[in-house]
Write a protein that binds this ligand. Structure first.
Ligand code: NI
Length: 263
C-alpha cells in the first residue's frame, strides 16, 4: 500500500487521462494521492478532482514560481481550506533558482501561507530551491513548527533535512532519489528517520527510474518506494506502510483509513 503525497493530476496532460491513471494506481496498490494546488485560477480543477474521487485529496496554495498570478490573501486561503477534502496548505515556499531579481513578494507570499496554515490548522507543503537558508529562517520566524508539514520533492543537504525535521516537518522524496547522480540525496534517504519520511511523484514531472524522461503519474510512486527500500535494506511494502502511516499522522484526512495500516 502506497500513498502519493504530492502530484499535479489536475494539469491537462494528466487530467485528460484521469480514469487510466486511477486504474494504474489500483494495479500498483497506490491507494491515495494528494493533488497539490499551484495557483488560484486552477484551484477549481484541483478541488473538482478531490470532490469526484474519494481517494484524491487536495491542498490549496500558490506556488512561488507563479509570479504573474492572482495573489492569495490570508482570508482567502483560510476560507478555501475549510473544504473537507482540503488537507494541506501549499504548495508554498521559496525558489531562487527559477526566478531572479527582487523576490520579496515570494517571501511575503510564503509568510501569508504559513499564517493561513496555522489559522486553518492545515499542515504546510513547502517547496524550496536554492533558498534553504531563507526558507528555514522564515519558517522559524513565522512559527511553522506549530502546524508542521512537509518539505516536498526534497533535494537539499542532510543539514537542511535535519533542520526541517527539528521544526516538526517531514521529508518527502520524489523520483529524483532514483537518479544515478543523486548521491547526496540517496544518503539522506538512507539516514533520515523513517517516521519522518513521505514519498511522492510530483507528477507530471520527474518520473522515477526506469521511466525517467517519460510522463510521470501517481502509480509510479511505487518505484520511489522500491528504490528507498533497496537503499535501506528493507521491503518496499514496509516503506509503503510506514510512509502511509506518516501521511495519516501528518494530514489526518477524515475517513482515510487504508486497510493494513495502523495509526
Ligand atoms: Ni509540486
Amino acid at each position: 500500500m502506497f500513498v502519493d503525497s504530492h502530484c499535479h493530476i489536475d494539469f491537462p496532460e494528466l487530467a485528460q487521462q484521469i480514469d487510466a491513471l486511477l486504474a494504474a494506481m489500483r494495479t500498483n496498490q497506490v491507494s491515495h494521492a494528494l493533488c497539490v494546488s499551484v495557483n488560484l485560477p486552477h484551484w477549481p480543477n484541483v478541488i473538482a478532482l478531490a470532490e469526484r474521487f474519494p481517494n484524491i485529496f487536495a491542498s490549496v496554495g500558490v506556488h512561488p514560481d507563479y509570479e504573474d498570478t492572482v495573489e492569495p490573501t490570508f482570508e482567502q486561503l483560510v476560507e478555501l481550506a475549510k473544504h473537507p477534502k482540503v488537507i494541506a496548505m501549499g504548495e508554498t515556499g521559496l525558489d531562487y533558482y527559477r526566478l531572479e531579481g527582487d523576490l520579496e513578494w515570494q517571501r511575503e507570499r510564503f509568510r501569508t501561507h504559513i499564517r493561513a496554515a496555522r489559522a486553518a490548522r492545515k499542515p504546510l507543503i513547502i517547496h524550496t530551491r536554492s533558498a534553504s537558508d531563507d526558507t528555514l529562517r522564515i519558517m522559524r520566524e513565522e512559527n511553522a513548527a506549530e502546524i508542521g508539514g512537509v518539505m516536498h520533492c526534497f533535494t537539499e543537504s542532510q543539514a537542511v533535512a535535519d533542520a526541517a525535521i527539528e521544526q516538526n516537518f517531514y521529508i518527502s522524496l520524489s523520483g529524483i532519489v532514483t537518479f544515478k547522480k543523486a548521491e547526496e540525496l540517496k544518503e539522506v534517504a538512507r539516514t533520515i528517520p523513517l517516521e519522518r519520511m513521505l514519498i511522492e511523484t510530483d507528477s507530471p514531472y520527474l518520473a522515477p527510474v526506469p521511466f525517467r524522461g517519460k510522463q510521470n503519474h501517481p502509480a509510479l510512486v511505487r518505484h520511489v518506494a522500491e528504490h528507498i527500500a533497496d537503499l535501506r535494506g528493507m521491503s518496499a511494502e514496509e516503506v509503503g506502510r510506514v510512509t502511509t502511516e506518516n501521511f495519516i499522522r501528518l494530514f489526518g484526512p477524515a475517513g482515510f483509513k487504508p486497510e493494513g495500516v495502523t495509526v
